[in-house]
Write a protein that binds this ligand. Sequence first.
Ligand SMILES: [Zn+2]
Length: 65
Amino acid sequence: MPVAGDLLKSWSIRPGYCFRMVYGKLLQADHCRQPVEWKGIWKDAKGRSHYVETCREHAPKSRVG
Ligand SMILES: [Zn+2]
């Protein structure tokens, strides 16, 4: 069972929001609420590129710093 704050495998691009989806208190899927601190090209599991906005925590590790 997931717990609140867990990351979902699914994601959704929404301008102004981190594109990652997390479980809310009622275990509903919701956009990550952290402030956007990174914007750039992110590749999904199938190798397709997407322009995304993410918070610092969910930014691609290879791009941080
Ligand atoms: Zn995030």
